[in-house]
Design a protein around this ligand. Structure first.
Ligand code: FMN
Length: 195
């Protein structure tokens, strides 16, 4: 079993990465494989151009092939679980992860069921405000793709600004640890019963 975590922050090793890693630590303890995917630098994804090619072609791909999108979508389709992570930018998600979910929404609308029955969760790093709004945006994507959303002891967010500061948010970090446990529990139930 494998869970991919997609970090929508331009800071590859920033707070969002640390939150996803905290979830991964629990998954790894439960012997579930993980892969952290950053959308920063060369993995930058452009926005949807609304060309409609994916709707016509139905080939599980976006017609824009010179960026990281198709590789990222293939990794999501191959995984058993998907964690989407973003820092709060201007009371919402980053443009990097918004580009991913916009384009994925179109390709997946044209090719239904590719994420069906996967396990998903959103995690958010914030300095102060807007975390719920960003959390909702990512959850709306996961929810509309027939995935099972996993909860924890609070909404999956933690507070910090400079790199590493989220690790001082004890409640936020405990929430991530528990989220990892809950994702692992559900994945094991699904995979034991679907054999
Ligand atoms: C362009 C920009 C916009 C931001 N907007 C917000 C905001 O609206 N609310 C907030 O709480 N933090 C905001 N922040 C702070 C980040 O959410 C915070 O520093 C977060 O921990 C960064 O996570 P990262 O290290 O994974 O990038 C903003 C940061 C940047 C660079």
């Amino acid at each position: 079993m494998k869970v991919v975590g997609i970090n929508g922050s331009p800071r590859k090793e920033g707070n969002t990465a640390k939150l996803i890693q905290a979830v991964f630590n629990e998954l790894n303890r439960l012997e579930i494989d993980t892969e952290l995917i950053s959308l920063s630098g060369q993995n930058m994804i452009r926005g949807c151009t609304a060309c409609g090619a994916c709707i016509k072609q139905k080939d599980k791909r976006c017609i824009i092939t010179d960026d990281f999108f198709n590789v990222c979508l293939e990794k999501m389709i191959a995984a058993d679980g998907i964690i989407l992570g973003s820092p709060v930018y201007s009371a919402g998600v980053t443009s990097q992860i918004k580009a991913l979910i916009d384009r994925a929404s179109m390709v997946l609308a044209a090719n239904r069921g590719l994420l069906k029955y996967k396990v998903g969760a959103a995690v958010i790093a914030a300095r102060r405000g807007g975390a719920i709004s960003a959390f909702d945006t990512l959850n709306h994507f996961l929810h509309s793709k027939e995935m099972f959303l996993v909860g924890s002891t609070y909404w999956n967010m933690a507070y910090g600004n400079s790199i590493g500061e989220v690790e001082q948010d004890q409640e936020g970090m405990l929430n991530m640890k528990n989220l990892g446990e809950n994702i692992g529990w559900l994945l094991k139930k699904i995979h034991c019963e679907s054999r």
